[in-house]
Write a protein that binds this ligand. Structure first.
Ligand code: DAT
Ligand code: MG
Length: 140
């Protein structure tokens, strides 16, 4: 089993609600290692790259606006099967139905906005992880 890395973002709703610590706690409690971490403000170019797969969808522009609405925290976490494992502890995209015990299931809900606000991003495949880590951490 090769050790993987994944890109995790604490989105602006997570930072606003002071959940950075709680989210990092869950990543560490699961047993993954944090190998890079920074607080930052994204810009439109960076987000267009990061969310390229969603360009043209009805929620794309609201998603970019939401991600620009405040600071975010970018994290690279490492461990065996961390890509799948973080998505498992994050829960499904829609927080209303995300399982209890997950970050989204326990800590997020529908806010009635066009774009779903769900606290965290996690890469969904090894290819996405490599691509996204190089966008947020070109030095790695
Ligand atoms: P995930 O973040 O679970 O990987 P995704 O990559 O499909 O989900 O979408 C990126 C983000 O866009 C997601 O976290 C919330 C928002 N989003 C996705 N699908 C949506 C939809 N149908 N309506 C509103 N927002 C959506
Ligand atoms: Mg995704």
């Amino acid at each position: 089993m090769t050790i993987e890395r994944t890109l995790i973002l604490v989105k602006p709703d997570g930072v606003r609600r002071a959940l950075i610590g709680e989210i990092i706690r869950r990543i560490e409690a699961k047993g993954y290692q944090i190998v890079a971490l920074k607080s930052m403000s994204a810009d439109r170019d960076l987000l267009a790259q990061h969310y390229a797969e969603h360009q043209g969808k009805p929620f794309f522009e609201p998603l970019v606006e939401f991600m620009l609405s405040g600071p975010i925290v970018a994290i690279v976490a490492e461990g065996n099967r961390v890509i799948e494992g973080f998505r498992s502890i994050a829960g499904t995209t829609d927080p209303t139905v995300a399982a209890a015990g997950t970050i989204r299931g326990d800590l997020a809900r529908d806010q009635g906005t066009t774009v779903t606000q769900n606290l965290v991003h996690g890469s969904d495949s090894p290819e996405s992880a490599t691509r996204e880590i190089s966008i947020f951490f070109p030095e790695l």
